[in-house]
Design a binder for this molecule. Structure first.
Ligand SMILES: NC(=O)c1ccc[n+]([C@@H]2O[C@H](COP(=O)([O-])OP(=O)(O)OC[C@H]3O[C@@H](n4cnc5c(N)ncnc54)[C@H](O)[C@@H]3O)[C@@H](O)[C@H]2O)c1
Length: 328
């Protein structure tokens, strides 16, 4: 299959390119390198440096790539930034995806796998969260992705698009060759590891008085390889299924508290993390845990690498081999 991977120079997209090529698919990457890295794109894979907000450029990229399917990872992804600059988030995530979908319709590309987010749920009424829970985003990032999910349903009905929207919770870990290099880095595990490398003074734990087992916030983490495996299963399912299967949570259901992450980081690395305890941040719920039964049942998705040891261990190994990330 020929697959166009948007955001293929970013963290998750670069791993998707790696696993697609490994199973024999032909891949073309579309990325404007705003927050991605040309060096993250597997050598031999074509990189189209295109901004999704450029509708004619996007149309030409899809036309020239002639894909059988599109995996759409490209996005702006930082929640607080979306609150201070909502126009950027609706511009990249919503309008950019609209341009992509129009280009796909015009080029008769029918298969689409979309990176959505747990942020579409807002503050959930109950845990674990199922896909049929209310979607009430509390920030522009979540809203910008939910609008796309809603657009997808109408594209499916009107133009025969088949799609899967994956709602990710937290993604972690690395392969031997591809890891997490965000600027700025806001994710818990890489921030902790960068602190061990002396890039940050302290690891800050926000909130120790949550109604959780140890007072710190609990989040659901999936290894990036398990997450991408779900996308490969989805590509195959789109061929099999007549109707679009819609939205799926991708989580592990267990969840780890911030203190458990700290303990895991110290155990895996054998080093002590300098910690500072800080008050809760506004808008951070006590626990966000996914019910991913639907992905397991419909797609036969079985995460194999999402233990704390493997997620932290693979990220630590990658960081030690690439102390400056993809920067030389
Ligand atoms: N990493 C996580 O834990 C997580 C959690 C939930 C959802 N997601 C979603 O997964 C996807 C990938 O996340 P990531 O962590 O790999 O992000 P990332 O920032 O590493 O990668 C995003 C890529 O998109 C590219 N991009 C951004 N705007 C673009 C534009 N206008 N035109 C073309 N390319 C553009 C960037 O240059 C970058 O390479 C995103 O859609 C994100 O919302 C990620």
């Amino acid at each position: 299959m020929r697959v166009l991977v948007t955001g293929g120079a970013g963290y998750i997209g670069s791993v998707a390119v790696e696993l697609l090529v490994a199973r024999g698919d032909t891949v073309v990457v579309l990325d404007n390198l705003w927050r991605g890295h040309a060096a993250a794109v597997l050598s031999g894979v074509a990189l189209l440096n295109v901004d999704l907000r450029d509708a004619p450029g996007t149309r030409e990229a899809v036309r020239s790539a002639r894909p059988d399917a599109v995996m759409h990872f490209a996005a702006a992804t930082i929640v607080p930034e979306s609150v201070t600059d909502p126009a950027a988030y609706f511009g990249i995530n919503t309008v950019g995806t609209h341009n992509l979908l129009v280009a796909m319709r015009d080029a008769a590309v029918k298969r689409f796998v979309f990176s959505s987010t747990a942020a579409v749920y807002g503050e959930p009424a109950s845990i674990p969260i199922r896909e049929d829970a209310a979607t009430q985003p509390i920030n522009p990032y979540g809203r910008s992705k939910l609008i796309v999910e809603q657009m997808l349903a109408w594209h499916a009905a009107a133009y025969g698009l088949t799609y899967v929207a994956f709602r990710y919770f937290n993604v972690a870990g690395a392969t031997v060759t591809h890891g997490e290099h965000h600027t700025p880095e806001t994710h818990v595990i890489p921030v902790a590891l960068l602190t061990l490398l002396g890039r940050r003074d302290r690891f800050r734990v926000f909130g120790t008085d949550y109604p959780t087992r140890d007072g710190t916030a609990i989040r659901d983490y999936v290894h990036v390889v398990d997450l991408v495996e779900a996308h490969l299963l989805a590509l195959d399912a789109l061929d099999r299924l007549d109707d679009s299967p819609g939205a799926f949570n991708l989580g592990s259901r267990d969840g780890f508290s911030v203190k458990e992450i700290v303990a895991g980081v110290e155990r895996v690395t054998g080093r002590t993390l300098p910690i500072e305890y800080a008050p809760r941040r506004a808008g951070d719920p006590p626990a966000l845990i996914a019910d991913s039964a639907r992905a397991r049942d419909v797609l036969s998705w079985t995460p194999k690498h999402s233990t704390l040891s493997e997620m932290i261990g693979s990220a630590w190994e990658w960081l030690q081999r690439h102390p400056n990330g993809y920067r030389h």
